[in-house]
Design a protein around this ligand. Structure first.
Ligand code: TYD
Length: 207
């Protein structure tokens, strides 16, 4: 049996990633593929526990280094317990956020630097990187997230507009650095249109 493909969805707050992860999985299932949808932080029992530590409480609860290491610890568990076994059994895996979120949030916006965060993640998961990363982009992303969360953002979603602008800028830098793996996908328009754009961006991977 051949190994499944590992695809991640990325982007700032409120760009519709979770909805699109489900829709993309459904479109792939209609093509006969066995698909697992998972998310970060979380996706395994231990990582879901770390998620609570990361997203609840005051912003000052963790410094950027501790925060980065917690995301990396959650990711190591998620890869070992959930993602790698699924891929080995031939399933495709669509993950809502992965290492690129750490590069953009903790590295780009949090000030640790993309390279330092990359090194921490190599320590956590070695060379376990997605085959394709689709970054959903939406200019008014911040507005949508605020509307969705109605003033109840989590520890990280609730950070300043400046922080979130730096996140968006970092995703664009990452996409420019690795154009084959990382592709920007316009998240404007009807959900079905966005799903079609995502499918187009992985067309070369489809059987
Ligand atoms: P979540 O509720 O899943 O947000 P969203 O719907 O925007 O994906 O919360 C995840 C939050 O954690 C989000 O603000 C992004 C942030 N995050 C990081 O800062 N670094 C990371 O490595 C990951 C995976 C997420």
């Amino acid at each position: 049996m051949s190994r499944g493909r590992f695809i991640t969805l990325e982007g700032g707050e409120g760009v519709g990633k979770s909805t699109q992860a489900k829709a993309l999985a459904e479109a792939l299932r209609q093509r006969g593929l066995d698909v697992l949808v998972t998310r970060e932080p979380g996706g395994s029992e231990g990582a879901e526990r770390i998620r609570e530590l990361l997203l609840a409480g005051a912003d000052e609860r963790w410094g950027t280094r501790a925060e980065t290491l917690l995301f990396a610890a959650a990711r190591a568990d998620h890869v070992q317990k959930t993602i790698a076994p699924a891929l080995e059994s031939g399933r495709w895996v669509i993950c809502d956020r992965f290492t690129d979120s750490s590069l953009a949030y903790q590295g780009g916006a949090g000030g640790l630097g993309i390279e330092t965060v990359r090194a921490i993640n190599v320590a956590a998961v070695a060379d376990f990187f997605p085959e394709r990363t689709l970054v959903l982009t939406l200019d008014e992303g911040g507005e949508r997230a605020r509307a969705r969360d109605s003033g109840e953002s989590d520890r990280i979603g609730g950070r300043s507009d400046d922080y979130h602008r730096k996140v968006d800028a970092a995703f664009r830098i990452i996409a420019a650095e690795e154009p084959e793996r990382v592709q920007l996908v316009d998240a404007c328009g009807a959900a079905e249109q966005v799903t079609q754009r995502l499918l187009d961006a992985i067309a070369d991977l489809l059987p």
